[in-house]
Design a protein around this ligand. Structure first.
Ligand SMILES: NC(=O)c1ccc[n+]([C@@H]2O[C@H](COP(=O)([O-])OP(=O)(O)OC[C@H]3O[C@@H](n4cnc5c(N)ncnc54)[C@H](OP(=O)(O)O)[C@@H]3O)[C@@H](O)[C@H]2O)c1
Length: 337
């Protein structure tokens, strides 16, 4: 076991798009678990868009990471030493241990991962937070049903790639919006979406949505906000549902953007737009995980990972994800399992 713990700390609050100097790699002595504690070794680290919010001190639903604090993040880890009967040495666990090699935990909020079920890093993707976001966001907030058209932005990313596939599983038509021809090809050919288009290569997003959703949009799963969402609102059907999951196009904005006023579309279509935060469904995760695991086992859910090797490259992986460098889930492999 190493004698030092490497930790990524927040050096400064990013202004606009984050830069390397906003992060600082520090070393501290390996922490020791006290009574009723365990020591875990990070194996996989998740880089996610919400972490950008935690780096800002703008008022939000969660407190920001303090300057000098360890960057928050979901992790899959191995128990190295334990004074907790529930967590045996060698067990694989999932929790938010942050961007560091080792952490001490009292076991609260820690889930034991079954390595026989699927590769352990899927606890950060299909069988973890993004999976639960797609499942409950589409089926509970979006109320997607057979025969309907589901339009999803951020379609080739962690949440979006699952949303389109769950839409297909429930018998809906899945249409994706993603950045780049490779991503479009991936969601249609590998994941089975009915159609998709590249918003970066399209001059007229409105016309593309009209072309690919000839019967209009019954559920719009919004991962990105901004101009893409403005266009999607123009195609909502009567009683459509908008599941407002994320607004990544605005996370690095220094000034709020002003767009067209679209609430009339909701009014005249008697449509509903509802924001949600995945943890509001926390007490139902077991139910969501059972379904996702079944679909995964049956080959109905496919997934891709974009893996960056080494804790020292975590900021790079994070910034790349914010720019669309990932297909599927953006992950950092920290150590062998
Ligand atoms: N509400 C919740 O509880 C909850 C939970 C999880 C995630 N989320 C949100 O869901 C969204 C997706 O999260 P994720 O973890 O699945 O990330 P992700 O989609 O795997 O990665 C982020 C993607 O965002 C896209 N993107 C970046 N800038 C963009 C822009 N200006 N316009 C359009 N797309 C842009 C990029 O794809 P392209 O190459 O296609 O541009 C990038 O790959 C995020 O907004 C996130 O905050 C919400």
């Amino acid at each position: 076991m190493a004698s030092v713990n490497r930790q990524w700390l927040l050096a400064s609050r990013p202004v606009g798009f984050p830069k390397a100097s906003d992060f600082r790699l520090a070393e501290s002595p390996l922490p020791q678990p006290g009574p009723n504690q365990m020591l875990v070794r990070t194996l996989w680290l998740s880089v996610d868009p919400y972490q950008r919010g935690r780096m800002s001190d703008r008022k939000s639903y969660a407190a920001p990471v303090p300057i000098g604090g360890v960057i928050e993040g979901g992790t899959v880890a191995r128990v190295e030493a334990s004074h907790l009967p529930k967590f045996k040495v060698g067990a694989i666990v999932e929790s938010r241990f942050g961007w560091q090699d080792y952490a001490v935990s009292d076991g609260k909020g820690v889930r034991i991962v079954d390595p026989a079920l699927a590769p352990i890093e899927t606890a950060l993707f299909v069988l973890g937070m993004p999976g639960m976001t797609a499942y409950f966001g589409l089926l509970e907030i979006g109320q997607a049903k057979a025969g309907e058209t589901v339009l999803v932005s951020g379609a080739a990313g962690a949440v979006g790639s699952l949303v389109g596939q769950i839409a297909k599983i429930v018998g809906a038509r899945a249409v994706g919006i993603a950045g780049g021809a490779d991503k479009v090809r991936h969601v249609v050919q590998d994941l089975g979406f009915d159609a998709a288009f590249d918003y970066k290569a399209t001059r007229d997003t409105d016309a593309e949505i009209a072309r690919l959703c000839p019967k209009g949009v019954d559920v719009y799963f919004d991962n990105v906000g901004g101009a893409i969402t403005d266009a999607a609102f123009n195609h909502l059907n009567e009683r459509a549902r908008v599941a407002m999951c994320g607004q990544i196009s605005e996370y690095n904005a220094v000034q709020p953007e002003h767009g067209p006023r679209l609430l009339r579309q909701l009014l005249t279509k008697r449509a509903r737009a509802e924001g949600f935060l995945v943890f509001q469904f926390a007490d139902r995760y077991p139910e969501g995980l059972v379904h996702m695991a079944e679909w995964l086992k049956a080959g109905k859910l496919k997934y891709r990972e974009t893996v960056t090797q080494g804790l020292e490259r975590a900021p790079e992986a994070f910034m790349s994800m914010l720019k669309g460098g990932n297909v599927g889930k953006a992950l950092v492999k920290v150590a062998d399992g």
